[in-house]
Design a protein around this ligand. Sequence first.
Ligand code: ATP
Length: 321
Amino acid sequence: MAKSIAVLTSGGDAPGMNAAVRSVVRAAMFRGMKVIGVFRGYNGLLNKDVKELDLRSVSDCINRGGTILYTARSEEMKTPEGIEKAAKNCKELGVDGLVVIGGDGSFRGARKLSLAGIPCVGIPGTIDNDISCSEYTVGFDTAMNTAMEMVDKIRDTAQSHDRCSVVEVMGRRCGDIALQTGIACGATSILVPEIEFDIERDVISKIYEQKSTGKKHFIIVVAEGVGGVEDLAKYIEKRTGIETRATILGHVQRGGSPTLRDRVIATAMGADAVRLLEKGIGNRVIALKDGKTVDYDILEALEMERKFDEQLYQTAMEVSI
Ligand code: ATP
């Protein structure tokens, strides 16, 4: 039975991480367990940069973006010596289990630490929605809503000037933010890394077709994993004669107050992680499947294949004519 658990946030920050930390603290204390906050990801474990968290230490954070535990990357943790040191420090700190909130890389560290004798449970925390085992990652909804609001603003000015706007949204190799934002903003075209495209067929021809039925402004949403928005904007302007601007939304998508969905899912996942650690179960990752939280072996989770929603992409194509 775990008596004392630790929690850290690792990799890129995401809105909702605080809600997950809060849930871990409260669900653990509800069970009479002690909770240690680890600062700056695995660095805090390696340097013993930690602090005991009490019930009120997570007050007023459920609505805040970023992470109150800070986050960072640690090269040392990728070495066998780093893992050994982290496990030794956990034992010295009396840590019986660890919750790791982050992405795939963070889960690899959590797996190794579990094998080294410290049970770890991962929670998917990244705006990119790029964790194969889970249909949802904490931060995704907030990031999409931020992207939607930003594209709506760009659309106002594109409309006033009869312009075309090419907008890059985040997501790394995952096109989910682009797909959903593109649909929500009525994009003429959505370019994602998962679907092969042809600029003439999927962008230029669509602009001409829409123009022929009276449309005067155009939004093209491009996923980060496709990139090249400046060149694409120049090409569209050259081929169509329509004034075209490129915008890279960037880190604005990582910040801000988390949406209700991110807060609720982060809370559910945090409590699930504590339930597993209470029983001494580690080497697991919490995921969302068919709208419910489940847990998987970390290695099994890391080996799962990501599925892109091709039906939704097809719908996007059908409604952007
Ligand atoms: P994001 O999706 O935001 O990039 P991530 O968790 O995938 O999150 P990474 O930079 O890949 O981000 O990993 C975060 C940290 O996890 C690394 O800095 C390192 O400390 C640890 N980590 C990553 N890969 C490994 C590994 N193979 N073995 C041990 N630790 C790892």
